[in-house]
Design a protein around this ligand. Structure first.
Ligand SMILES: [Zn+2]
Ligand SMILES: [Zn+2]
Length: 52
Protein backbone atom coordinates (compact mmCIF):
# COMPACT_ATOMS: atom_id res chain seq x y z
CA UNK A 1 0.00 0.00 0.00
CA UNK A 2 1.25 3.42 -0.95
CA UNK A 3 0.02 6.82 0.22
CA UNK A 4 -1.53 8.48 -2.82
CA UNK A 5 -0.30 11.91 -1.73
CA UNK A 6 3.33 11.39 -0.71
CA UNK A 7 3.86 7.87 -2.14
CA UNK A 8 5.24 6.60 1.13
CA UNK A 9 4.99 2.88 1.61
CA UNK A 10 2.47 2.26 4.38
CA UNK A 11 3.21 -1.36 5.11
CA UNK A 12 4.96 -0.44 8.35
CA UNK A 13 2.55 2.36 9.22
CA UNK A 14 -0.50 1.97 11.37
CA UNK A 15 -1.76 5.52 11.03
CA UNK A 16 -3.49 5.73 7.68
CA UNK A 17 -6.96 5.85 6.22
CA UNK A 18 -8.50 4.00 3.30
CA UNK A 19 -11.63 5.07 1.53
CA UNK A 20 -13.27 4.78 -1.84
CA UNK A 21 -12.90 7.59 -4.31
CA UNK A 22 -15.82 9.98 -3.70
CA UNK A 23 -16.18 10.50 -7.41
CA UNK A 24 -16.10 7.05 -9.02
CA UNK A 25 -16.35 4.92 -5.84
CA UNK A 26 -14.25 2.27 -7.52
CA UNK A 27 -10.72 3.27 -6.69
CA UNK A 28 -9.44 2.82 -3.16
CA UNK A 29 -7.61 5.87 -1.86
CA UNK A 30 -4.99 5.32 0.82
CA UNK A 31 -3.47 8.18 2.74
CA UNK A 32 -0.99 8.30 5.57
CA UNK A 33 -1.78 10.13 8.80
CA UNK A 34 0.51 13.06 8.12
CA UNK A 35 -1.02 13.74 4.72
CA UNK A 36 -4.47 13.60 6.23
CA UNK A 37 -3.50 16.15 8.88
CA UNK A 38 -1.80 18.42 6.36
CA UNK A 39 -4.72 18.11 3.97
CA UNK A 40 -2.45 17.18 1.09
CA UNK A 41 -4.23 16.77 -2.20
CA UNK A 42 -4.87 13.25 -3.40
CA UNK A 43 -5.87 12.17 -6.83
CA UNK A 44 -7.73 9.13 -8.04
CA UNK A 45 -5.77 7.10 -10.57
CA UNK A 46 -8.98 5.91 -12.15
CA UNK A 47 -11.06 9.05 -12.76
CA UNK A 48 -8.43 11.72 -11.96
CA UNK A 49 -10.61 13.28 -9.32
CA UNK A 50 -8.59 15.47 -6.96
CA UNK A 51 -9.58 16.24 -3.43
CA UNK A 52 -8.16 17.49 -0.14
ZN1 LIG B 1 1.30 10.54 2.76
ZN1 LIG C 1 -12.16 8.02 -8.88
Amino acid sequence: MICVSCHKNLLSEDDFTRFSCPSCSEQEIVRCGSCRIKGTLYSCSRCEFEGP
